[in-house]
Design a protein around this ligand. Structure first.
Ligand SMILES: Nc1nc2c(c(=O)[nH]1)N[C@H]1C(S)=C(S)[C@@H](COP(=O)(O)O)O[C@H]1N2
Ligand SMILES: [Mo]
Length: 214
């Protein structure tokens, strides 16, 4: 079951839809590190962890995850490499749905999203649980294609799109923040939060050993 009216991501109501220094695209670029992973519904699972930040380690099979209630969200997408794609209609499971399956400790303030081949991305828990955030199976009415995250990707419309992790397999709740893949210094030091409206493109802290190893 899903509502007839999609949830409108708040940024779609702005008079000026493009964040600073972004360029509109009508195509849908493909952007990721590494290979497109295979999908096997018999072995796929989705894990929420760890104890004690959740009351139990919860694992869903593909059949269980696809049986969860669905929402539709209309949202814009902004890649830090400066393309923006407007009016995407996503369908999937709201991130908030996870809260109906585990009890999350109030000490949890960040999440690490875990994907195939070890890709990760970190974000504040309040951004992750935004009412326009979902684990999407469909885009504009069609199943995701493999290169766009089939079978399921995270969508966090209000942050730069590298937080919208493709081929997602689980969520780790965290007390302290720590960098994911693109946020790590060796992969560019992209921002720990990534708000496109204030151009949080790169981290503004400095690696403990100094920037670079000269
Ligand atoms: N697993 C994974 N997800 C990822 C990435 C990645 O490298 N690996 N790149 C991100 C980046 S930088 C962007 S802009 C979006 C692009 O999504 P798209 O390829 O569907 O346009 O995916 C994000 N999700
Ligand atoms: Mo990106």
């Amino acid at each position: 079951m899903r509502p007839d009216e999609p949830i409108l991501s708040p940024d779609t109501r702005r008079a000026q839809r493009l964040p600073p220094r972004q360029v509109l695209t009508h195509k849908w670029p493909v952007l990721h590190a590494g290979e497109v992973p295979p999908f096997d519904p018999a072995t796929w699972n989705f894990t929420i962890f760890p104890i004690p930040l959740v009351d139990q380690v919860k694992q869903f099979t593909w059949a269980e995850f696809t049986a969860l209630p669905r929402v539709q969200v209309l949202a814009d997408m902004h890649c830090v490499t400066r393309w923006s794609k407007l009016d995407n209609l996503w369908e999937g499971v709201a991130t908030r749905e996870l809260l109906r399956h585990v009890v999350v400790s109030p000490r949890a303030r960040f999440v690490m999203v875990h994907c195939e081949y070890g890709f990760t991305t970190n974000l504040p828990i309040d951004d992750f649980l935004g009412d326009d955030c979902l684990f999407a199976f469909k885009h504009n009415g069609d199943d995701l294609t493999p290169e766009h995250g089939y079978p399921v990707r995270l969508v966090v419309p209000r942050l730069y799109a590298w937080k919208s992790a493709k081929w997602v397999r689980g969520v780790e709740f965290m007390e302290e923040d720590r960098p994911g893949f693109w946020e790590s210094w060796e992969h560019g030091g992209y921002h720990m939060r990534g708000d496109p409206w204030t151009e949080q493109r790169f981290r503004d802290d400095v690696p403990s050993g100094g920037r670079g190893d000269l």
